[in-house]
Design a binder for this molecule. Sequence first.
Ligand code: PLP
Length: 395
Amino acid sequence: MYNQFDYGLGTNKSVIRELFTYGLEQAKKVGPDKVYDYSLGNPSIPAPAIVNKTAIDIINNEDPLKVHGYSSAPGFDDVREKVAKNLTERMGMTIKGSNLYFTCGAAPGLVSIFHALHANDDCKLLAIAPFFPEYRPFAEASGLKFDFVEADTKAFQINMAALEAKLDKNTQAVIINSPNNPSGVVFSEDTLKQLGEILTKKSKEFGHPIYLIADEPYRELVYGDVKVPWVPNFYKNTIVAYSWSKSLSLPGERIGYVCVPDCVEDGQAIFAAITGAARAIGHVCPPTLIQRVVAECCSTMPDLAAYDDNRQTLLNGLLKIGYECAKPDGAFYLFVKAPGGDANKFSEACKKYNLLVVPSDSFGVPGYFRLCYCVSKKTIVNSMEAFEKAFNEFK
Ligand code: PLP
C-alpha cells in the first residue's frame, strides 16, 4: 500500500556512522584525547607530497576550462590510457584504456556494476562474510537480492563448502574484498584458485557466467612481503572496482575506476551496461582535476610505515591482554574476537571507557569487533588500559 511516510532508506542506520557521531559528542564532554575512537576508516597518513604538487602544477599551468570542466563520461581518454598502462605493467595482464570506467571512488563503481548486472528480479549478489556492510544497501537499491556466505572463522579466507552450497542458478555475481574490510586479511593465491574453479564449475552447471566482483580499495595497503594477487588472472569473468581513497589517502576527492578486462564474457555489453547504469544513477564524469592527478601519480605507492607501526603496537598490546585476532596482513583494520562472545554487549561495555569499537554483526559474522587503526599512535598507547578494563569485565 502506498505510504507517503515510509521513507525506508532513512531508517536503516549505519552502526559505524552512529558510533563515530557518538564519539564526537563524547569528545565535547570529556576532551578528544580521552576518546579512543576506532570506528571509522578515514586515512590517517597524508597524501604523498607528489599528489599535492601535481594538483598545484595542473591548476597553475593548464587551461582552467579543461581543469574544471566536464570530462567524457568514463573519464579522460589519456587518463584512462595512463592508468591502463600502469596496470598492464603491474598485473601481468593487458589492460586498455577502454577497459576502464572512472568513478567517484569505489562505492559508485560498485553501485554501477550491481545495476548493470541486474537482469531480472531473481538475480542475486553473494558476498563472503565478513563483508563491507554497504554491499547490502547498494545491491538492494540496484534490484539485486543480497545474500552472503558464512565466514571461515579459522583463517578468514573463504569457506568454500559454504560457498558451493549457496551458489544457485540465480547467482549473478559474487563479490570479494581483499585486503579485507573488516578482517585485514589478504586472500591467498590458493584461495583465489579454488574460488575460480568453483565459479567455473557452477557457471557451466547453470549455463551462464557467474561474475566475480573484486572490490579492491585496499590493494596497495599490505605489510611485509605480502602480495595481493590480480583476481582476473585466477577467474576470467572478474570485474574490478578500485579507488584511490585509501592508497593515496584521497577519500574526499572521490576517485576510482571499474575495470572490465577483455577476458570477461560479454565484457563489452557489461561495460556498456555499467556506462548506462552510471548515467541512470546520475554518476558520470568524476572530478576532472583529480583524474589528471591520479594519472600522473598512479605509480606512487603509499608510505605505510605509520600504519604498520600502529598495526603492530595495537596487535601486540591486544594479544598481551589475551584478545584473539585475525591475521592482519593488509588494509588498516583488526578483527578481534569479542570477549564473552556477544559483540554488541562488548561494544556497549567499551563505551564506558570511551573506547569505540564496531560490533561485527553488520559484517555478517557475530561475535567479533572491528578496530580501525588509522588513528594516532598516542591514541593506541593510551587506549590500552581501556582495552584491559573491558576485557576483564568479560573474564
Ligand atoms: N569497499 C570497501 C571494502 C570499503 O571499505 C570502502 C570504504 O571504506 C569502499 C568500498 C568505498 O570506498 P570509496 O571511498 O572509494 O567509495
